[in-house]
Ligand binder design. Structure first.
Ligand code: ADP
Length: 292
């Protein structure tokens, strides 16, 4: 059983050949909405792989909130703990695409209503989990509370430190696994008041994702677990797919190396299709890929 505590967003995308200047109105080419948010994405990745997944998060009492909650339910995720809140809008990313350029505004909205109190109310769910999976798109105090509760009940905790921000060393010391990409790992290990010994200890928890190369783990010694060769179409959501898959495999009792191998396969398959959530493979697709 996997519990994800994290963000739920709607990506609102406009495509336009001209980027409007301040005060200007232009005609766009197309418009669409895509479900996102790292919490929701990772929950979808795990659910596609057949895991029992509970998502704890908040949406606004608005159309996007309703649509996203229904959508997540249809993916097989337990959504009883996705709470509609009255005083914030559903989290959104407003994305403008123009000839390969983009500009993005993120409004976290209801994701910031996932307070430490909300996390505390769900202690019984954390207690029933095998793995608790976290990211950094809800308030940091809430991530800290979630880790405290999970460790109180001796649960495995994976923290995907994205979007990266300075983190207290107590948090890094408590979690079982950290899943930064290369860029995030540099910031994670440099921005701290860590003495060498602490740095080494935290490094052993790192599973550093490196795109097509695969991942590096540092458990006993530095070791690259090679990625799979695929034709990449869209790499959005590769990290989220990897994290969801890692949680599934670890909750099934796999060794760290085997879990990384499985998650590499899931990450690789996810980049062969368009979209973050829509590109995430099912367990049948992963099994077929691995036995091919
Ligand atoms: P992020 O999207 O967070 O930057 P990465 O790009 O490191 O994360 O991708 C996460 C994981 O997804 C990688 O460790 C790898 O397993 C898989 N992956 C990503 N891109 C590719 C690719 N082009 N080919 C094969 N696997 C990939």
């Amino acid at each position: 059983k996997i519990t994800v505590i994290g963000s739920i967003n709607m990506d609102i995308v406009t495509k336009s050949s001209i980027i409007p200047k301040v005060g200007e109105t232009v005609m766009g080419d197309s418009f669409f909405t895509i479900p996102g948010g790292k919490g929701a994405n990772q929950a979808v990745a795990a659910a596609r792989l057949g895991a029992d997944v509970t998502l704890i998060g908040c949406v606004g009492e608005d159309a996007f909130g309703k649509e996203l909650t229904e959508h997540l339910g249809k993916q097989g995720i337990m959504i009883d703990n996705v709470k509609p809140v009255t005083h914030s809008s559903t989290g959104i990313a407003s994305i403008t695409l123009s000839d390969g350029d983009n500009s993005i505004i993120v409004v976290p909205g209801a994701n910031y209503e996932v307070t430490p109190e909300v996390v505390k109310e769900h202690e019984h769910i954390i207690e029933e989990s095998d793995v608790v999976l976290l990211q950094l798109e809800i308030p940091l105090e809430s991530v800290i509370e979630a880790v405290n509760l999970a460790k109180k009940h001796h649960k495995t905790v994976i923290l995907n430190p994205a979007p990266i921000q300075p983190l207290p060393k107590e948090l890094l010391q408590q979690v079982d696994y950290l899943t930064p990409n290369e860029h995030e790992q540099q910031l994670l290990l440099s921005a701290n008041d860590l003495i060498d010994e602490e740095l080494e200890q935290i490094k052993t928890k790192c599973i550093v994702t490196q795109g097509s190369k695969g991942v590096t783990i540092y458990k006993n010694e530095e070791k690259l677990i090679s990625g799979f060769k695929v034709e990449a179409i869209d790499t959005t959501g590769a990290g989220d797919s990897f994290n969801g898959a890692l949680a599934v495999s670890l909750s099934n009792g796999a060794s760290l190396e085997d879990a990384c191998q499985f998650a590499n396969a899931v990450g690789a398959l996810s980049v062969t299709k368009l979209g973050a959530q829509s590109g995430m493979p099912t367990i049948q697709e992963v099994e077929a890929f691995l036995s091919a």
